[in-house]
Design a protein around this ligand. Structure first.
Ligand code: UDP
Length: 380
């Protein structure tokens, strides 16, 4: 296939990410499979990215993640500086067939504003963009930008302007799903794990409370705001409270963290993360937000660990209730479901992941969408 795609990863983290990094993980998972299918990939990212690609473009030498803690207009400033570099690149060459953009609402607006000379673009929605409604205006007027969701439920909740430009959804994937059903099974421990950013939407406070009530050992893995290790948060002092996720952790979660039944281990990466999840009896998602894509959900299945979650966002699309996990609308019931999840067969979770959530399945679907976006785009 002769197709050159500029993959816009944004300025926040390198690709692959050093630890936590939802969007950057998606790109690191997708790109090798696209290249295997013959797609040339130009990666627009930061200088520290190491993902093998055909060409690179970067404005910032390294990840600007800490800038995300600044006021929103400053966050936009960093994104716009990156996007200006991408726009310069696109204007200086004519071999890019399509832009696959991942940079939130700012990326969407910039691409839409680039005018008829720009290549067609597919913008993947990673978040719930309802936060920034003003930016959808740029999509009006039949321009060249199309969007896809990471789940049907995310798209169904998206504002009309986005849905009018949608070409469908593509579920997230994980390299762990490749041959997941053939890998040896690690021994299971007793612990339950919550994997993800510590944040009210992810509900770690509920998990911690239920762990004490239903008496199961709980490991909370993930960063609190910009702090990846408990000792870094401890050293930061009162200033850290400016971050809302730090306030949530200190006020709602930390009172339950006793270092015994409930532990916060900070960000876990690589083999440590996989071992922690694979040896857990359940991965718990006490979600209070409408989870858009749920990488950690498909990772858990691929590692043979059943999922117990609130029925929010994409969870009913990813989890087959009773077969690969247990879902409930009532967060108070989650504790009982953790105890009941022993009846879910870990092998079934792995088989499901190996069939539905591999990078090859995701890449094939994106190639179909790229073709569709190019067909829909007006001639340049
Ligand atoms: N993650 C990780 N270490 C952690 C916490 C999270 O590697 O301590 C990874 C997790 O395995 C997943 C990603 O970060 O790949 C989170 O993506 P997800 O879609 O679950 O949530 P998001 O943060 O994007 O809402």
């Amino acid at each position: 296939m002769s197709l050159t795609v500029l993959m816009n990863a944004g300025p926040w983290l390198s690709v692959p990410p050093p630890g936590y990094g939802g969007i950057e993980n998606v790109i690191a998972t997708l790109v090798p499979e696209l290249r295997r299918l013959g797609v040339r990939v130009v990666l627009a990212s930061v200088g520290t990215s190491t993902l093998p690609v055909d060409e690179r473009v970067s404005v910032f030498p390294d990840g600007q993640f800490s800038a995300l803690q600044r006021p929103y207009n400053q966050v936009c400033g960093v994104a716009q500086a990156h996007l200006a570099g991408v726009a310069r690149e696109l204007h200086s060459r004519d071999d890019i067939d399509l832009v696959h953009d991942h940079v939130e609402a700012v990326g969407l607006a910039t691409l839409a504003a680039m005018g008829p000379d720009a290549p067609p673009a597919l913008h993947t929605l990673h978040w719930d963009l309802a936060k920034h409604p003003a930016l959808y205006g740029h999509l009006d007027g039949g321009n060249r930008v199309r969007v896809n969701g990471v789940s049907a439920s995310q798209l169904a909740r998206a504002p009309q302007a986005l849905r009018d430009h949608s070409v469908g959804h593509v579920h997230l994937a994980t390299p762990l799903a490749v041959d997941a059903h053939r890998r040896p099974r690690p021994p299971k421990g007793r612990h339950v794990v919550v994997l993800g950013r510590i944040n009210p939407g992810k509900g770690q406070d509920v998990a911690a409370r239920l762990a004490h009530r239903c008496r199961f050992p709980l490991v909370l893995a993930g960063p609190v705001g910009p702090y990846h290790r408990p000792e870094d948060l401890a050293a930061a002092g009162d200033e850290a409270r400016q971050n809302p996720d730090v306030r949530f952790f200190l006020d709602e979660v930390a009172p339950h963290v006793d270092g015994d039944r409930v532990r916060w281990v900070g960000t876990v990466a690589g083999q440590d993360r996989d071992d922690l999840v694979a040896s857990a009896r359940v991965t718990l998602f006490p979600l209070r937000w409408e989870e858009p894509g749920g990488t950690a959900v498909v990772e858990s299945l691929a590692l043979g660990t059943p999922v117990v979650a609130t029925t929010r966002g994409c969870l009913p699309e990813l989890i087959d209730h009773g077969r690969t996990g247990l879902l409930t609308d009532d967060e108070e019931q989650l504790g009982e479901l953790v105890l009941a999840a022993g009846r879910i067969d870990p092998a079934q979770c792995r088989r499901e992941a190996a069939t539905r959530f591999t990078p090859a399945v995701m890449a094939q679907r994106y190639v179909e969408l790229y073709e569709r976006v190019r067909q829909l785009a007006p001639a340049r």
